[in-house]
Write a protein that binds this ligand. Structure first.
Ligand SMILES: Cc1cc2nc3c(=O)[nH]c(=O)nc-3n(C[C@H](O)[C@H](O)[C@H](O)COP(=O)(O)O)c2cc1C
Ligand code: SF4
Length: 685
């Protein structure tokens, strides 16, 4: 591979020489498993995802996330199977195409140890340094015995050799929360043999693996470790031991770089301190990584919520890092480097830290960005919108996430776009959610789109409740109805009118008052956002939920900040229970609780206020008013939609415009669904 060297004073754009490899700038995407694998292989979807980042100018993409080296390390979230020979041609294709764009490609390999479960793949028992259960994956590991060491060290080496054969530029081993570092940490290693106790013993297996690996790949192939250098845990690996491990690894001469992690991942809560979500501290471990670099004088990579270019630039300019990881930032916008080099830094789609991407993989889904639906869908969805051959007149109604995206995409197509919004500013339900200060970063989803719409000359008409005649007066070729929804309350049998909605609370229409019962009949962000808002206002709260598991639509990492507040304030949470009826009790309200299991009432609460979260009901009057005048009568060809093809239904020959209804104006869903609706319908209009 020949890297194109960019001449610029920008510290981020300076090339970096790692042994024989010249990386063309200082930005990398650290390893992350997006769960795009098919049969454990990095097939087309996987490849296109990484090639997009290469096309966007990134210097190094670290593929996989925890590609597994052994069969007794069954995939936890679609991990690639690095122990299979058939992975080589798939990776070679991926690497070749990334190399064509000047990006280097490495891969992360691991044995997951106790960070997986035995009840899948080949049903082999999982193993670790000691039989200490990991809370996140809930399996009890076997303590490794003598014959496991040989086998697994050889598995690491043969997997490394496969990666070299595939033409990758290097590998890193994952050593935080997985098998390798389970030996380092006193929290997970309680052995009394030659692998326990003194640091020499705890490092024995790692050095043996690295020896085997070097024998397999030779001295010139790049090998690094993504490792914990301080578990930040009283039971865990200390900073002193962690830094000493870094020194010893450097001195072993067996590795070429360190990718620094601080913290531990045994549960969602500490994991969120390693991969902070929105509202949590930005770049929390950058100084620590810089310290390790200064102490070891060895190449250091690092990523942890460095999601803006200014911080990344600072990290390089100040010599804290050699390569700065902007991983979720690239999930949100794979073209960051290209935009920097073209002087369009301000056009970078911001990563708002929503961590929808990561939360999804822990629930068995693929990683998707909350506000970039093209990521991971490169085969059908464009990151760069093509201009239409002919400019059309497009009307969009509603400036929530769906409508803003529709207007932005139509603007990129070169159309004349008019966007109506009844409120005095854009944002819809996102703006409501950001009334909770901790979630204010989410407004980036709105602000970025408003800025793009301004750049593209979209006519934005606020404070305008558009009626059919307003739309028709513009003689549109296409109309997109993105009028959203209104809070609904369908779940309570009697006395539903006595409740207020989570939305009433967040918008400020109703002030939280006294003792409050919140019935969360949705299990997603809106109810919990209202709950945290209520707690912040000083009211007392109980949450009642019909779900078997609390907040099932919330990802594990997103739940962390909420649960930290709920636990700190001792908020009672009653699950598997419905609120069946409400009745007046003086100036208070009595809520009758009901069990879906006994199908009978199961108690009551008397409170000052009952708040209900039950999703939204579509606001679709305008859609129905326009439907019969449209050429498609609002109908969508699902097959074309799924394939990413244009909509061509013309069921009404008299109709003069295409009509589409998107987002919550169709049904109560989420931000990603709303934005994806918009992109896939409007990209071909
Ligand atoms: C979907 C997803 C999967 C991830 N999987 C892995 C993994 O398998 N191994 C790993 O070391 N880090 C993994 N990470 C963590 C990232 O490499 C990175 O450390 C993290 O996202 C913080 O960096 P950022 O703030 O730049 O995104 C994952 C992150 C995401 C978003
Ligand atoms: S889902 Fe959120 S955290 Fe993940 S890439 Fe998108 S904006 Fe960033």
């Amino acid at each position: 591979m020949t890297a194109t060297l960019i001449r610029s004073n920008d510290p981020l754009l300076q090339p970096y020489k790692l042994k024989h490899l010249t990386l063309k700038n200082r930005i990398l995407s650290t390893s992350h498993e997006p769960n795009y694998s098919e049969d454990g292989m990095p097939k087309d979807r996987y490849r296109l995802y990484h090639v997009e980042k290469a096309r966007g100018g990134i210097a190094l993409t670290m593929t996989a996330g925890s590609a597994v080296v052994s069969q007794d390390s069954p995939p936890a979230f679609g991990n690639l199977l690095a122990y299979k020979d058939e992975i080589v041609p798939w990776l070679r294709k991926l690497a070749d195409e990334c190399h064509d764009h000047g990006a280097a490609v490495m891969i992360q390999l691991t044995h997951l140890g106790r960070r997986t479960n035995w009840n899948k793949a080949d049903w082999l028992p999982i193993l670790s340094a000691s039989p200490v259960r990991e809370a996140a994956h809930r399996a009890f590991p076997k303590e490794m015995e003598d014959w496991d060491f040989d086998r697994i060290a050889k598995d690491y080496a043969s997997a490394a050799a496969r990666m070299k054969a595939a033409g990758l530029d290097g590998i890193e081993f994952e050593a935080y929360g997985h098998l390798m570092d389970a030996f380092w940490s006193p929290a997970t290693n309680i052995r009394t043999d030659e692998h326990g106790g003194a640091l020499d013993n705890r490092l024995r297996f790692t050095l043996r693996i690295l020896d085997e690996v070097r024998r397999a790949v030779g001295p010139d192939f790049l090998v690094g470790l993504r490792l914990v250098a301080d578990e930040d845990w009283e039971r865990g690996l200390s900073k002193a031991d962690g830094v000493e491990i870094c020194r010893r690894l450097k001195n072993s001469g067996l590795i070429d770089f360190l990718n620094i992690i601080r913290g531990h991942i045994e549960h969602d809560s500490p994991l969120a301190d390693i991969i902070p979500v929105s509202g949590m501290k930005a770049s929390p471990h950058l100084d620590f990584a810089g310290e390790v670099r200064a102490l070891t004088k060895f190449p250091v990579f690092h990523a942890a919520r460095i999601n803006d270019v200014a911080t990344a630039r600072h990290a390089i300019a100040e010599g804290k890092l050699d390569m700065v990881g902007m991983t979720r930032a690239h999930i949100a916008d794979p073209h960051i480097v290209r935009k920097i080099t073209e002087g369009r830094e301000h056009e970078i789609r911001p990563c708002v830290g929503a961590t929808y991407c990561l939360d999804r993989i822990y629930e068995g889904h693929e990683a998707l960005c909350i506000h970039n639906p093209a990521t991971g869908r490169e085969a059908t969805m464009p990151h760069v919108i093509a201009r239409a051959e002919k400019a059309k007149s497009i009307v969009v109604v509603g400036a929530g996430p769906a409508g803003l995206e529709a207007a932005r995409v139509a603007g990129e197509r070169g159309h004349k776009v008019t966007l109506f919004e009844a409120a005095n500013e854009a944002g819809g339900q996102i703006r409501v959610a950001t009334r909770l200060k901790r979630r204010k970063e989410m407004i980036g989803i709105v602000d970025w789109r408003v800025a793009q719409c301004e750049r593209l000359g979209v006519g934005m008409r606020f404070n305008t409740y558009a009626e059919a005649h307003d739309v028709l007066a513009l003689d549109p070729d296409a109309v997109v109805i993105a009028t959203g929804g209104m809070a609904q309350n369908l779940g309570i049998e009697e006395g539903a009118g006595l409740a207020v909605s989570s939305w009433d609370i967040l918008t400020g229409d109703v002030k939280p008052a006294g003792d409050i019962l919140l019935f969360d009949d949705n299990g997603a962000h809106p109810g919990l956002t209202a709950a945290e808002f209520i707690i912040d206002s000083g009211s007392t709260l109980e949450i009642v939920s019909p779900e078997r598991f609390f907040a099932p639509e919330m990802g594990g990492l997103n739940l962390v900040p909420y649960m930290r507040t709920f636990a700190a304030k001792g908020i009672p949470i009653t699950t598997m229970t419905r609120v069946r009826a409400l009745s007046r009790d003086g100036n208070r309200i009595t809520a009758t609780l009901w069990s879906p299991y006994t199908q009978a009432d199961c108690g009551s609460r008397t409170v000052d206020q009952v708040v209900v979260e039950n999703g939204t009901a579509p606001l679709a009057d305008l859609y129905f008013a326009l439907k019969d005048q449209s050429s498609n009568r609002g109908e969508v060809d699902d097959a074309a939609l799924i394939a990413g093809n244009p909509q061509s239904i013309r069921s009404n020959p008299d109709g003069k415009f295409q009509l589409f209804r998107i987002g919550d104006a169709v049904a109560s869903r989420n931000i990603h669904a709303a934005i994806y609706d918009a992109l896939r319908l409007v990209k071909d209009v």
